[in-house]
Design a protein around this ligand. Structure first.
Ligand SMILES: [Zn+2]
Ligand SMILES: [Zn+2]
Length: 143
């Protein structure tokens, strides 16, 4: 049976449903994720064909760079999605999933850009910039 997962923003104006296996959660510590969330991104991803977004009209897409955009709820501000313009995958914020999420943590990326007020001590692999195993990771450092 195909695994299905559900999630939403804080106010519920945006809901989503995914099918199939979800990638391990990657923590992104880049300056864009830090500024957008106040801390860091924790995201899984799926093929765009395996997600249905309800209330997509309530998603505001912010083009934070010329190669990717960030989707958040226009009502409550929840960060929800990250998508490379040229990719067929979409990243979904792990915290947006209903519990139990079934997600497991995988690695940290862009640790060279992390905030200076916390440490990473969970023993997971850390990459200074992107990771070759993370298909949706930014390929360039954010300036
Ligand atoms: Zn919302
Ligand atoms: Zn990031």
């Amino acid at each position: 049976m195909t695994k299905e997962s559900n999630g939403s923003c804080l106010c519920g104006a945006v809901r989503f449903r995914t099918r199939g296996a979800l990638r391990g959660v990657v923590y992104c510590h880049c300056s864009q994720c830090r500024k957008q969330t106040g801390l860091y991104y924790a995201a899984t991803d799926v093929d765009v064909s395996n997600i249905v977004i309800e209330g997509e009209g309530n998603v505001t897409w912010y083009a934070a760079s010329d190669f990717a955009k960030r989707g958040f709820c226009r009502t409550c501000g929840s960060a929800l999605f990250w998508k490379r313009n040229d990719a067929d995958k979409i990243s979904i914020l792990a915290g947006a999933f209903d519990l139990p999420s079934g997600l497991t943590a995988e690695s940290h990326i862009f640790v060279a850009d992390r905030g200076d007020f916390y440490d990473i001590a969970d023993g997971l692999p850390q990459h200074a910039l992107g990771s070759p195993s993370v298909a949706v990771a930014q390929t360039r450092r954010n300036e």
